[in-house]
Design a protein around this ligand. Structure first.
Ligand code: HEC
Length: 158
C-alpha cells in the first residue's frame, strides 16, 4: 500500500467514526432528556415516600425501598446529562442550565454530594430513628437536590 492509499484509508475510517458518533448523539438526546425527567420525578416520588413515613402515613419498608432508589438514581445523574443534551424537559417546565457543561466538575461535586447524602439517608431509614431520618432527609432535600437545582436548573414555566 502506498502512503497516499494509507492516508485515504485512515481518513475514510475517521469519517466513519465521526459519523457514527454524531448519529449516536442525535439519537440519544430525545431519549436521555425523557429519561432524566422520569428519573428526577422518580426521585421526588421517593422523597415523598420517606416524608410519608416521617409523617406516620407510610411504612418503613416502603421508605427503605425509596431511599435505596435514591442512592441509585443520584449515582446515575452524570449519565443523564451528556454533552449536547442542553434541552428542556419534555414537559417544558424545566431545563438544565448551560453551566452544567461549562462547569462540569462543579456539577459533579453537586451530584456526588447528593449521592452521599442519599447514602446517609438510607442508613438513617434502616436505623429507624425518626429524628435522624428527618435530619438526613432535610439535608438531602436542601443541600443535595436543592443545591444542584439552584445552580444548575432553570424553571421555564411558572
Ligand atoms: C447534580 C444535580 C441535580 C441533583 C443532585 C438533583 N437534580 Fe433534580 N434536576 C436537575 C436538573 C438540571 C433538572 C432540570 C432538567 C429536567 O427537568 O429534566 C432537574 C429537574 C428536577 C425535577 C423536574 C423534572 C421535570 O422536568 O419535570 C424534579 C422533580 C427534580 N429534579 C427532583 C429532584 C430531587 C427530588 C432530587 C434529590 C433527591 C434531585 N432532583 C437531585 C439537577 C439535579
Amino acid at each position: 500500500m502506498t502512503p497516499s492509499m494509507m492516508g485515504r484509508l485512515v481518513s475514510v475510517c475517521l469519517a466513519a467514526v465521526v459519523a457514527a458518533a454524531g448519529a449516536a448523539a442525535a439519537v440519544d438526546v430525545t431519549a436521555v432528556v425523557k429519561e432524566r425527567q422520569a428519573t428526577m420525578k422518580q426521585q421526588a416520588k421517593d422523597m415523598g415516600a420517606i416524608k410519608a413515613f416521617l409523617d406516620g402515613k407510610g411504612d418503613q419498608a416502603t421508605a427503605q425501598t425509596a431511599a435505596t432508589g435514591l442512592t441509585q438514581t443520584t449515582a446515575k445523574i452524570p449519565d443523564l446529562f451528556p454533552p449536547g443534551s442542553d434541552k428542556p424537559s419534555p414537559s417544558g417546565e424545566f431545563a438544565p442550565k448551560a453551566a452544567i457543561w461549562t462547569d462540569w466538575n462543579k456539577f459533579l461535586d453537586a451530584q456526588k454530594a447528593a449521592h452521599s447524602k442519599a447514602e446517609a439517608l438510607l442508613a438513617a431509614v434502616k436505623g429507624g430513628d425518626k429524628a435522624a431520618i428527618q435530619t438526613a432527609f432535610a439535608d438531602l432535600g436542601k443541600n443535595g437536590c436543592g443545591n444542584c437545582h439552584t445552580n444548575f436548573r432553570q424553571k421555564l414555566k411558572p
